[in-house]
Design a protein around this ligand. Structure first.
Ligand SMILES: *Cc1c(COP(=O)(O)O)cnc(C)c1O
Length: 457
């Protein structure tokens, strides 16, 4: 369709302009533009169909920040994080954040912790995984054996980024299946899969599927003992994408981090419980020796010597500014108060859901404020029907099935985040109760029941 634009007169009412009564260009660059007010309104209106991020209980990613943080982040949109010489103060904030996190994760005093900000945990995982592989390769070469078939031991409950890491870098994944009533890995299952080609063991602090913690310390101790028995040096990486900003505040005695001597690297998402809008993660190594030198590049074309270990180059500085704002604004006590409140809202909501009757909890939200639940009987309606019913009220509560060997279990999951209050939980509870009542009253085979779908409403 040919679309001709007349320059809009400033006096034309917004919805009186030509662009508002014609189809807009969708797939090819228009010949001419429209005025900023019209462009804003058109796009703003289309985005209304996205739904409300605050009702999105599916995502782990931050959907609310304080107005002061938003203002600071907007002020930093134009800064490229990689230009450390041009923006030394922004670079300084990144370094401060790395240091604060290293201490939060109990890096040994005498070690010089290293780390970097990333686009998210996915990039951090790629970097940490590469470091594991490089160090394994060096160990193999030092021992005079071939380093050609690396493998990684990990739970079937890992986030998809680990599958990507293995595929992209040609590392054999050795998955530990989960099963009914045990949705995390056990030390024995880990040891069964380790051999001389194992580059590392991945444990998850806050699994994507149920929000539970892998028993990191027990797995760590078993691997350490196995290493000394077998004369190996297999290290652990902890994927603390979500749990890294929860455990230090509400489970301070849980030993999962650099307090465990064979944990060599940790990733955490600043944009999950670090409470920053999308765009920031962190990778941390126990010390310099755990980050092989030849993975770090030095560039000088921005002025000065710039060590870089990231997959991408240019990136907005604003999420790092947002992260530093949160650290300064909240401090240890502020994060503790928020995580305590989220824990209370999540465990209270999960117990009320359990009491409702038809549901059974797989987890209760006490590890991180995330829990999953299933239907005791799904012969008349499914968790997918429940999810669709909640969507009518705007709530996004995902329904999905678990990974192997628990693939027959369909669950719903709720991620409680900052901005989700007890009052909102009450409203959700009302809608969930209504949905159950409606589905139970609907005669079997009626259009609102079953996978044929509920398409009206
Ligand atoms: C979210 C998540 C990831 C991926 O993190 P992004 O920050 O979204 O890139 C990896 N692992 C776990 C356990 C996660 O929860």
């Amino acid at each position: 369709m040919v679309y001709k634009v007349q320059p809009d007169d400033d006096l034309v009412p917004t919805y009186g302009s030509r662009a508002m009564s014609q189809a807009i260009p969708r797939n090819s660059l228009p010949d001419d533009g429209v005025n900023p007010r019209t462009a804003y309104q058109l796009i703003h209106d289309e985005l209304m169909l996205d739904g409300n991020a605050r009702l999105n209980l599916a995502t782990f990613v931050t959907t609310w920040m304080e107005p002061e943080a938003e203002r600071l982040m907007a002020e930093a949109f134009d800064k490229n994080l990689i230009d450390r010489d041009e923006y030394p103060q922004t670079a300084e904030f990144e370094t401060r954040c790395v240091n604060m996190l290293a201490r939060l994760f109990n890096t040994p005093e005498d070690d010089d912790a290293v780390g970097t900000s990333t686009a998210g945990s996915s990039e951090a995982v790629m970097l940490a995984g590469m470091a594991l592989e490089w160090r394994w390769r060096a160990r193999q070469e030092a021992a005079g054996v071939t380093a050609s078939r690396p493998n990684l031991v990990l739970g079937a409950n890992v986030q998809v980024v680990w599958e990507k890491f293995c595929r992209y870098w040609n590392v054999e994944p050795r998955y530990i299946p989960i099963r009914e009533n045990c949705y995390v890995s056990t030390p024995a299952q880990v040891l069964e899969r380790i051999d001389n080609n194992t580059i590392g063991v991945v444990t998850t602090l806050g699994t994507t599927f149920t929000g539970e913690f892998d028993p990191v310390e027990a797995i760590h101790d078993a691997v350490v003992e196995d290493n000394s028995r077998q004369g190996r040096a297999v290290p652990l990486h902890v994927d603390a994408a979500s749990g890294g900003f929860v455990a230090p505040f509400i489970h301070p005695d849980l030993r999962w981090d650099f307090r465990l001597p064979n944990v060599v690297s940790i990733n955490v998402s600043g944009h999950k419980y670090g409470l920053v809008y999308p765009g920031v993660g962190w990778a941390l190594w126990r010390g310099r020796e755990y980050l092989p030198d030849d993975l770090v590049f030095h560039v000088n074309y921005l002025g000065g010597d710039l060590p870089t270990f990231t997959l991408n180059f240019s990136r907005s500085a604003n999420p790092v500014v947002g992260q530093y704002y949160n650290f300064l604004r909240l401090g240890h006590s502020g994060y503790t108060r928020i995580m305590t409140a989220l824990n209370r809202v999540a465990t209270d909501l999960s117990s009320r859901i359990a009491q409702l009757g038809p549901f059974e909890l797989l987890s209760d939200g006490s590890a991180i404020p995330v829990f999953a639940f299933r239907l005791k009987d799904s012969s008349r309606y499914s968790v997918y029907d429940i999810s669709r019913q909640l969507r009518i009220h705007g709530w996004q509560v995902p329904a999905y099935n678990l990974p192997a060997d628990a693939g027959h279990i369909d669950v719903l999951r709720i991620v409680v985040k900052e901005g989700f209050s007890r009052d909102m939980a009450d409203m959700l509870m009302n809608h969930l109760t209504q949905a159950v009542r409606m589905l139970e009253d609907a005669p079997p085979g009626s259009p609102s029941v079953g996978d044929s779908g509920f398409h009206h409403g």
